[in-house]
Each structure stands twice: as structure tokens, then as C-alpha cells.
Design a protein around this ligand. Structure first.
Ligand SMILES: Cc1cc2nc3c(=O)[nH]c(=O)nc-3n(C[C@H](O)[C@H](O)[C@H](O)COP(=O)(O)OP(=O)(O)OC[C@H]3O[C@@H](n4cnc5c(N)ncnc54)[C@H](O)[C@@H]3O)c2cc1C
Length: 203
């Protein structure tokens, strides 16, 4: 397993001969209970990918290595609102952000999931509005529904911070739309390609 907790982990991993290189995937700590030695992770299963297959056959007691690259969300002090956008892979991160969101902060959330069965009720502070979109039965590229929703959305008033993650085109297209069509300053947007359609991780 890589041992460094910074961006150099990928270099370290690639130096391991392929025959003994472990499968490594980025995941989000949804909740941690250090006193109980417990961590919750939510996997967006799909097809027969290495991660999905491992999750489906995993049994209690199977070994898995974890190393922490230590990223966290910090809302800029000047932000009067939030826009959170993501697909199923960003769901754990968005739910964690909502856990820490004060009720005074106007927050719009656009979440796209693969199937209607993935939609759940969210316990969120009063100022939060969650909009769900499911691709169920629709032959569209992942991220399309969330992107369309942002294009139609009335945005929080005042200066707000946007956090968007998921399929990489969703992240870049949301940023491009906000900057070019809505006049949002680039520095008010955090965007992350969590995975890329047709490409296996690590990229
Ligand atoms: C910081 C960070 C945090 C993340 N947190 C989470 C998390 O909490 N939970 C989570 O499930 N994922 C999370 N991801 C995304 C996850 O790491 C990727 O989806 C990863 O590619 C999954 O590996 P895999 O073995 O399933 O597929 P890969 O071997 O990487 O890819 C195989 C094929 O599946 C496609 N693919 C990958 N992911 C998906 C998907 N979700 N839906 C449809 N097709 C897909 C690829 O385009 C490729 O064609 C996170 C990524 C980052 C960078």
C-alpha cells in the first residue's frame, strides 16, 4: 500500500510492480467513529468493475488497506450560500457537507443517482433544498441530469460557494456554465472529477 498521505501516493503506487500492485480506489469517509474503530463508506456500485466486484464478494473479516489523503471541505468565510452538485460517487461527500451545514446557510443541492431506488430522505438543516434526479431507464451520460438542473436552477442570492464532484464532464461543465453564463467568480467554485467515463482509476 502507498504510505504517503499526499498527492505523491500515485507515484508510489505506480512504482510497485504490476504483478503485486494492489487495487486502489478513492473513497469518501462518510462518517468515522474512532472510539469504536468504525468508518462508514458508501460505494456507488456499477457493472463488474474492480471496486464493485470486490464490494459484492467482500465478507466480514476480509482485509482492506486504508490510507488517508486528508482532503476536507471548508466553506469560505464570505459565502452566504452554497450550491452542491454531484452524482452517486459524490453523495457521501455531499451528505457529510450537509451534516456540518448551519441552518442559516441557504443551500441548493442537485444530486443525480443511477436509479430511483438510490433516492433517500435526507435530514438536513432548514435552509437546505435537495433536488434528486434519477437516470432510471434514460440512456444519458452520467451527470447530464444534474448539469441540466444547474442550468435551470435559481441560484442562492448573494455570494455563494459551489462544490461539484462526480463524472469529470459534470464537474467541468458545471464550472464552465456558472462562470460563462452566470458570471460566478472562478474562485467561488471547487470542482472535482471523481471518475471519467470509459477510463479506469487511477487515471
Ligand atoms: C476524492 C474522491 C472521493 C470519492 N468518493 C467516492 C465514494 O465515496 N464512493 C464511490 O462509490 N466512489 C467515490 N469516488 C469515485 C470512485 O473512486 C470511482 O468511481 C472509481 O473509478 C471506482 O472504481 P471502479 O473499480 O468501480 O471502476 P474503474 O476500474 O475505475 O472504472 C471501470 C469503468 O467503470 C466506469 N465507472 C467508474 N465509476 C463509475 C460509476 N460510479 N458509475 C458508472 N461507471 C463508472 C469507468 O468510467 C470505467 O469505464 C471518489 C473519487 C474521488 C477522487
Amino acid at each position: 500500500m502507498p504510505t504517503v498521505s499526499n498527492e505523491a501516493w500515485i507515484v508510489q503506487l505506480m512504482l510497485v510492480p504490476k504483478s503485486v500492485r494492489p487495487w486502489v480506489r478513492n473513497l469518501t469517509i462518510r462518517r468515522a467513529r474512532p472510539a469504536d474503530d468504525e468508518t462508514d463508506i458508501e460505494f456507488a456500485l456499477h457493472d463488474d468493475s474492480p471496486m464493485s466486484s470486490w464490494v459484492r464478494r467482500a465478507e466480514q473479516g476480509d482485509p482492506a488497506g486504508i490510507f488517508d489523503v486528508g482532503t476536507a471541505y471548508r466553506l469560505p468565510e464570505h459565502a452566504q450560500g452554497q450550491l452542491l452538485v454531484g452524482d452517486g460517487t459524490a453523495l457521501p461527500a455531499i451528505l457529510s457537507i450537509l451534516d456540518a451545514t448551519p441552518s442559516s446557510l441557504a443551500t441548493e443541492v442537485c444530486l443525480e443517482v443511477a436509479a430511483a431506488a438510490d433516492i433517500r430522505s435526507v435530514e438536513a438543516p432548514a435552509g437546505v433544498r435537495v433536488h434528486w434526479f434519477s437516470r432510471d431507464g434514460e440512456d444519458v451520460r452520467p451527470g447530464t441530469l444534474a448539469l441540466d438542473a444547474v442550468r435551470r436552477a435559481s441560484l442562492p442570492s448573494g455570494r455563494f460557494h459551489t462544490w461539484v464532484a462526480g463524472e469529470s464532464r459534470l464537474a467541468t461543465a458545471v464550472r464552465r456554465h456558472l462562470v460563462n453564463d452566470r458570471g460566478v467568480p472562478k474562485q467561488d467554485i471547487s470542482f472535482f472529477g471523481y471518475w471519467r467515463l470509459g477510463r479506469s482509476a487511477p487515471a
